[in-house]
Design a protein around this ligand. Structure first.
Ligand code: ADP
Ligand code: MG
Length: 361
């Protein structure tokens, strides 16, 4: 992959991500965005003259960046506390979390938090809608890979093939009273959907407590309200062929989430020189062979966008475009050979322009 920069999870990466997050939230000063989506989280007051506060945290293996305008003094701390709580609930590696208990139940029913239950319900729906391209039961196989820890671990063909029959979201049984039952051996991994859910919850929680906010959890950004001067918010689409923070293009939006999944950020170059990325094809348990390097979705539900972006990478450009079009989802895709594809009306709706055009305007 040309110009691929592999970032390690260390201070440099954190700094780069931080710079990226700051870059991604510039302001265009445009008067209006044509065909802007319905405001669902619009705070009542104008954000003019509002004080800006920022907060950072490291959760879900991801830098969380909060930028709030006119927020009450506890808003940042409350939001970061919510992140900590969701990590305790949803991480598969935190012993005693809901997901950990499901994965270690040996076929027995487990009672989970209503929020966990709701995420599982939605994950199953999206799995069905994408014919399994999105499958949270990828867990036994995703656990065999190490894409970010530096060990570059990968499964043997034997181990991978033996675990494949365990990948099937339809076997997850959701019962009364928030019970979850999976057959012994089946495990779930919410890495492809949890950050979207959390972005939605943070947006809903912060909207009434501030005049505007940019909530960023790695590839999930939620834009709440306006900038203090009344101008619109811009969100950058990462250039998949350049260093973190360098943008391919810029879109304008508010009260929606912009979610990106990519094959370039988390992964490693194998001894064979091949790039092994973290989005797996549930059909074979290998990094998805796809012509897409970036799928960027704009939706009011960050959770749905998160899961669909992952699925769209798996299915490749033709099916991804067809599915997005059919589902009425606004999407932009960047292909391995450098083409940008969008669903109908995307460019007009979000005033999408290349980064060069944006800085030259
Ligand atoms: P990120 O977490 O970097 O934003 P994604 O939203 O695309 O990226 O989610 C990728 C994560 O989801 C992986 O790290 C893994 O935990 C999980 N995953 C990988 N492949 C799939 C898949 N096909 N379906 C569902 N989850 C997946
Ligand atoms: Mg995802």
């Amino acid at each position: 992959m040309k110009g691929m920069i592999m970032m390690k999870r260390n201070g440099m990466r954190l700094l780069a991500l931080l710079l990226c997050a700051l870059l991604l939230t510039g302001c265009t000063g445009r008067e209006n965005a044509p065909g802007e989506p319905e405001a669902t989280l619009l705070p009542a007051a104008s954000a003019a003259g509002a004080e800006k506060t920022t907060g950072y945290g490291w959760y879900f293996d991801t830098l969380v960046t909060l930028t709030l305008y006119g927020a009450d003094e506890n808003a940042i701390n409350d939001a970061l506390a919510a992140c900590a709580r969701y990590e305790q609930l949803l991480s598969k590696t935190v012993e005693g979390s809901d997901v950990w208990r499901i994965n270690h139940a040996g076929g027995q029913p487990v009672t989970v938090d209503p929020e966990t239950w709701e995420i599982l319900r939605r994950a199953k729906e999206i799995s069905a809608a994408t014919e399994g391209a999105f499958s949270i039961t990828i867990a036994p196989i995703s656990a065999m890979w190490d894409f970010t820890g530096g060990t570059n671990r990968m499964p043997t063909d034997e181990a991978r093939l033996a675990a494949l029959p365990l990948v099937d979201d339809s076997v997850i049984l959701l019962g009364e009273g928030c019970t979850v039952t999976v057959p012994a051996g089946v495990q779930v991994d919410l890495g492809g959907i949890a950050k979207g859910y959390i972005a939605d919850q943070l947006a809903a929680m912060l909207a009434p407590r501030c005049m505007g906010a940019i909530i960023s959890l790695g590839g999930n950004t939620y834009v709440v309200g306006d900038k203090p001067d009344g101008s619109y918010n811009t969100v950058g689409v990462q250039d998949p062929f350049a260093a973190t923070g360098q943008l391919e293009g810029v879109l304008v939006c508010k009260n929606v989430s912009v979610v990106t999944s990519g094959t370039y950020e988390r992964g490693f170059a194998g001894a064979d020189g091949q790039w092994y990325h973290h989005i797996l094809d549930p059909k074979n348990g290998l990094p998805a062979e796809t012509d897409l390097v970036n799928a960027t979705l704009v939706m009011t539900s960050s959770m749905t966008a998160d899961a669909l972006a992952t699925a769209f990478i798996v299915v490749g450009s033709d099916r991804a475009l067809a599915l997005a079009q059919q589902m009425g989802v606004d999407a932009l895709f960047i292909t391995q050979d450098g083409r940008t594809l969008t669903t109908d009306g995307f460019v007009e709706k979000y005033g999408y322009m290349t980064y060069e055009a944006f800085i030259a305007r």
